[in-house]
Design a protein. Structure first.
Length: 132
């Protein structure tokens, strides 16, 4: 599909253009004028890319997707993806990532109306034993 092709291109965009320009493209895609056209698979790829870029701008966009999840009627699986990315990054050493991760996880813990399948992610292991 066109959305999968676009997601594939965007995933590799960071290899060809500076990260801040890639983030600018993602910001345009998430704008009010274009958001309606983004389907699930592409939106999920955008969220992952924003998180993986680890710039101030990308992390802020990622965080805003969480903050405005009700306004944008963010699909439950996209909310799940955001929380899962945060749970896996809970031990990250980048202060900007840690700030966003804990802000989102704190809001998950405090939100009594949140779907239990999202809240249960807080109990997921965030470390894995080393393979021998």
């Amino acid at each position: 599909s066109n959305q999968r092709t676009t997601a594939s291109i965007l995933t590799n965009l960071k290899q060809w253009v500076p990260v801040h320009k890639a983030v600018s493209v993602l910001q345009i895609l998430l704008s009010k004028q274009r958001r309606w056209a983004i389907k699930f698979f592409l939106h999920k790829s955008i969220l992952r890319m924003l998180f993986e870029c680890k710039t101030e701008e990308s992390l802020e966009l990622f965080y805003q997707e969480w903050v405005h999840r009700k306004v944008h009627q963010l699909h439950k699986d996209l909310q799940f993806e955001i929380v899962l990315l945060c749970v896996h990054a809970v031990n990250d050493t980048d202060p900007a990532v840690v700030k966003v991760v804990w802000s989102i996880l704190d809001s998950v813990a405090a939100d009594t109306e949140l779907d239990p399948s999202l809240t249960i992610l807080l109990f997921a292991p965030t470390w894995y034993p080393q393979q021998r």
